[in-house]
Ligand binder design. Structure first.
Ligand code: FE
Ligand code: FE
Length: 273
């Protein structure tokens, strides 16, 4: 994989779309409370809507991620670009598949609504960098000036370094801001023919957790295992970030290569969303 030396990513200051990205994060930081996250889990983790992988991929053709300052292409193009970069680096087949599907949790918009921030119009419960709910928001979040807008930050039960958590309890004990990472992770965890290795499942679950994997926040909540998890997520992050380019692909043209890999790790039946 070639990493461009000229283009910078995650630049939140210069893009013409900055106002929209900033507004997205204002809403996300204001709305993603501990209570909100528990409600969304109860509402969206039903596993009762069958849809095959390739139909889910097609549905992402209609979605442009408002939180991403680097890409104005339908999300499916980003997925294919990530997978193709993993493929050209000869990374394992399961990791290529993870590249292809890592953002597929965004299909939640199909049954989402504006009020929850899970729709095409309102994406603050769907996309964007995630953080822990139930304890203090770190300054390492993008637009940290919005942290104070979160109602939990004026709740003494939540606004301390540990909040409701124990020291070094481990990432899997934490509630994270609700979005496509946790949604896909839970859907695949409940998919009976899922054989994606643990590493891949961790890459899916935490790829948007930038304050943790990129900024070093939350080390006081990390377990020993999470240090290994971070290496996996950072390895994957290169392909999530640096492969963004204007080159576009046709799903039908890449499908013959990825279909056998998808069937190997996910079976051929529908996934229940
Ligand atoms: Fe993502
Ligand atoms: Fe992505």
């Amino acid at each position: 994989m070639e990493i461009s030396k000229h283009k910078t990513f995650r630049n939140y200051d210069q893009s013409e779309d900055t106002a929209a990205v900033r507004e997205h994060y204002r809403k996300m930081r204001s709305g993603q409370t501990f209570d909100y996250v528990q409600r969304m889990k109860a509402k969206y983790l039903k596993y009762d809507k069958p849809m095959v992988l390739w139909d889910a991929m097609e549905k992402l053709n209609e979605l442009i991620d408002v939180s991403d300052p680097d890409l104005n292409l339908p999300n499916i193009q980003h997925l294919i670009q990530s997978a193709e970069a993993l493929k050209s680096d000869n990374r394992p087949d399961w990791m290529q598949l993870v590249g292809l599907i890592h953002d597929l949790g965004k299909v939640m918009y199909l049954w989402g609504c504006d009020e929850d921030g899970t729709s095409q119009n309102e994406q603050w419960g769907l996309v964007g960098d995630i953080f822990v709910v139930g304890c203090k928001l770190p300054e390492s979040c993008v637009y940290p000036e919005f942290n104070a807008l979160n109602p939990d930050m004026s709740d003494p039960g939540f606004n301390t370094d540990y909040g409701i958590y124990e020291a070094h309890c481990g990432l899997d004990q934490l509630s994270l801001a609700w979005g496509h990472d946790e949604y896909l992770y839970q859907v695949l965890s409940h998919h009976s023919s899922n054989k994606i290795p643990k590493e891949g499942m961790i890459m899916i679950r935490y790829h948007s957790f930038y304050p943790w994997h990129n900024e070093g926040s939350y080390s006081h909540l990390e377990s020993e295992t999470d240090k290994l998890y971070k290496e996996w997520v950072l390895d994957f992050n290169k392909y999530d970030l640096y492969t963004k380019s204007p080159k576009t692909y046709d799903l039908e043209e890449i499908k013959p290569y990825y279909l056998p890999i998808a069937e190997k790790y996910l079976g051929s039946g529908p996934i229940y969303w």
